[in-house]
Ligand binder design. Sequence first.
Ligand code: GLU
Length: 300
Amino acid sequence: MRAKSRFAPSPTGPLHLGSLVTALASWLDARANGQDWYVRIEDLDPPREEPGASAMILMQLKAHGLHWDHWIDPKAHDGVLFQNTRTSHYQAALERLIAQGRAYLCSCSRKKLQYAIEAGKTIHNPDGEIIYPGYCRPQQQASWSPEGAPQRFEREDREGCAWRFRNPDGDDFVIRRADGFWAYHFAVVVDDAAQGITHILRGDDLLHSAPRHEALRKALGYPSISVQHVPVVKNELGEKLSKQTKALPLRTDNAEVIRLQLEFAWSHLEFHMPQGWIARVQGSWSRLRQQPIRPAAPAL
Ligand code: GLU
């Protein structure tokens, strides 16, 4: 089976130099290794989305020569998988976890978790999230009836409750939020498996998510994936470039600017990625660099 990789932006805004670094790294890696490279739009959180951002992101990728392989699916658009079309698959995966006693309902509010921190019952993880102190965690694994149906756990959604993954290493994270939206950690694992992804190269802001994803893959019986991380680009205050830190959108209206943006991304990779990796992708970079650049309207 052909190896596959993907770039999976969230449409919270247009791409900026930080996201270009990740996209370029993942594209070069896939092209150098003869892998398919898909784009998946992670539009799971409508309140955080910016109207028009998905179309803008796709236009920005094309303008930088980062063309993707088409995901063939009736619901795909321009060969791109949109997570908002995948609800029934997430529901099916959740039901499998529930049936195995690996997902449970959690009614803990943010405030309750904050109290748990103040009372010294738990701590923050390296990403600043509160490690779930296990209040709603069922004490035992599901016990199985002769028909194979779980005995002990509720199966129905309850208003105001989230679904959590019962993680063997104790880090029980949310897989479906109390507001009904699917959590990134869950959808990403289900979709990587559905798309047959074998390799991932993404920003190191997601480094601590890797064990969560691997635990979920195991629980759902999905194959494991090789995951590598690229140091994210930071501004002069040491903050990750992002919409929140007011990163400027990539420009697509001028060939020289596009070239400079690509050169910036490449120098970041040259500086931060292992020598062996750079040597491996060098040929793909040289080819990308020689391609004519076609600026795209509208100017940002
Ligand atoms: N959607 C995530 C983001 O924009 C990336 C997910 C991933 O690569 O696993 O940060």
